[in-house]
Design a binder for this molecule. Structure first.
Ligand SMILES: Nc1ncnc2c1ncn2[C@@H]1O[C@H](COP(=O)(O)OP(=O)(O)OP(=O)(O)O)[C@@H](O)[C@H]1O
Ligand SMILES: [Mg+2]
Length: 277
């Protein structure tokens, strides 16, 4: 069992999400099965925020979906507080209701989340499902928070990519979850909306695991980083600042790139992390 332990939040903070020996491959037992996660062990504590880094295809979205109980892992176990989580366990209506209200996943592709006729209905969907009171006030509050009040009567499919992402975020926040699993939440946002999201997340007393390719934003989003390597293992779990100065580790995880560029007549090649250097 591999668990790289990192505990920036006091050891007293209770664990909210925990994975033990987690592994996953798509394609079942066939010879063409494709391994996407191997021996993943970590604990996210109450109120703790961590970024999830890794190159394309390293398994970030798959891990977030497993943590959200949408995919049954091929190996290992996932716990939310004291409850094991997987699609079979979530057939228990009491656990399902509690887990879906308390743990929210923002999909990388907002189109995978949006299916209601209007933005209002989209944000109201979760509260209606679990029978919360004051739905209209809740929807209007969160629409205003994320800046989509002007679009409440529009169909979500007609919105821009960033607007869709904000609607999805409002649809999650309206349930006031305790754990946020955010898959590249800033990918479609403009600079003002990105700044708003960073401040907003910092002000929330929730645990969050946030995947991003933006190393410049990573230390603004969290003080801890989990890094999935190209071998689909957890190759780093520790302070984000220490990671950002470790070029060897960043290169091993394919988080920096090398390319040619010119200074006047001189052309040379070196390693870049454009968005934070
Ligand atoms: N439903 C699926 N069936 C088969 N393979 C899949 C499925 N979903 C993902 N994969 C594969 O699993 C690997 C990991 O995918 P995943 O989406 O988790 O990566 P990621 O780290 O989120 O990448 P990105 O940075 O591009 O979003 C990829 O090789 C992908 O093609
Ligand atoms: Mg992804």
């Amino acid at each position: 069992m591999t668990e790289i332990r990192y505990r920036p939040v006091g050891v007293d903070a209770p664990a909210v999400m925990r994975t033990i020996d987690l592994g996953h491959h798509f394609g079942g037992e066939s010879a063409r099965a494709c391994e996407v996660l191997r021996d993943i062990g970590f604990t996210l504590r109450s109120g703790e925020k961590s970024v999830l880094l890794g190159c394309n295809g390293s398994g970030k979205s798959t891990l977030l979906k497993i943590l959200n109980g949408l995919i049954t892992p091929s190996h290992g176990r996932v716990f939310y507080q004291d409850d094991e989580i997987n699609p079979a366990r979530l057939k228990d209506p009491i656990l399902h209701r509690r887990f879906r209200a308390e743990v929210a996943l923002l999909f990388q592709n907002p189109d995978a989340m949006l299916f209601n006729p209007t933005v209002f209905d989209e944000i109201a969907f979760g509260p209606r499902q679990i029978g919360l009171p004051d739905i209209e006030a809740r929807v209007r509050h969160w629409a205003a928070e994320v800046g989509v009040s002007a679009h409440l009567s529009r169909p979500p499919f007609g919105l821009s990519g960033g607007e869709k992402q904000k609607v999805c975020l409002a649809a999650l926040m309206v349930l006031e979850p305790k754990v946020l699993l955010l898959d590249e939440p800033t990918a479609a946002l403009d600079p003002r909306s990105t700044g708003w999201l960073i401040d907003f997340l910092a002000s929330l007393p929730v645990a969050a695991l946030i995947s991003t390719h933006n190393l410049g934003l990573a230390p603004e989003l969290a003080s801890r980083a989990l890094v999935l390597g190209e071998n689909h293992r957890l190759i780093y779990d520790g302070p984000i600042q220490a990671l950002l100065t470790d070029m060897e580790k960043l290169a091993a995880a394919n988080l920096v790139h090398t390319h040619r560029h010119r200074h006047g007549d001189i052309e040379h090649r070196h390693t870049h992390v454009h968005d934070w250097q």
